[in-house]
Ligand binder design. Sequence first.
Ligand code: TRP
Length: 331
Amino acid sequence: METKQKTIFSAIQPSGSITLGNYLGAIKNWITLQENFNCIFSLADLHAITVRQEAKELRKNTLEAYALLLACGIDPQKSIFFIQSHVNTHTQLAWILDCYTQFGELSRMTQFKDKSKKHADNINCGLFTYPVLMVADILLYQTDMVPIGSDQKQHLELTRTVAERFNSIYSPTFTVPEPYIPKSGAKIMSLQDPTKKMSKSDSNANSRVSILENPDDIIKKFKRAVTDSESSVRYDKNKPGINNLMIIYSCITGKKFDEIEKEFDGRGYGEFKAAVGESVISHLIPIQNKYKEFIKDKEYLEKCYKESAEKAQYISNKTLNKVMKKVGFII
Ligand code: TRP
């Protein structure tokens, strides 16, 4: 008998350049998940316009992010990988679910509070209802599991709440998704302030490494990474800078912490930082080379995102139709 594979949905915003943190924290896991699950990935360009975007830049960033994720190993033969704005069910379901989400619930979202502070001159309604669009993204595909970072946990909780609410008002309609916290779930921190997450939008460019960055700059950034005043390479909760570098090195090389401690026993931070930088470079170079090929081949990119959008449209229409019928629309 055929056993149904579980469905995984995740998305990333195409704003700014994708960092080593995004790669090790999310994308690298997506690549592994493709082997065993029915995976649906999206570039969340609709979410991106909740903060002001330059049209030309958004278009360029979206295409570049698409090419880059293919270069990282997302395989459109194995997974559906589409651009969110190409599939119109997302905005349609988001509107409907807005009417099943409470103002109070959205007011409590910590990301909304943070972003309203950061973009105080543009606290638009989209920023407020952003989580509901995410709820729609997930529920449209009857998703079983959503790989997310800890900053998105509250949004996934809301997804479950809204799904359960709709299911109980009408009848089972949506699969209630679980968060998927990968075994090697790495939260990569800023190289300049290792108590903060590495971020695309950090004003200090030395805090992050982008996947497409040139090797000399990568080495420089690792050499300048903020650490403590000791010199022995060991994992310790009071050494967030070294821990972060150990996590990066471990993700890239597959070595365990005790192996890393042994490898750098008696060698200082300088040597360790250089080794981490070198390991990152040798991992990223093949990705950068593939990216250069993909970004030149606009026809291939278009073929991939169009085919994926068609598949996503087909699957998500089924859910949207069910919802529309239950709500009482004439269809
Ligand atoms: N909001 C997510 C982020 O910024 C991106 C996202 C959009 C997402 N829709 C999603 C993630 C659905 C998981 C599932 O990281």
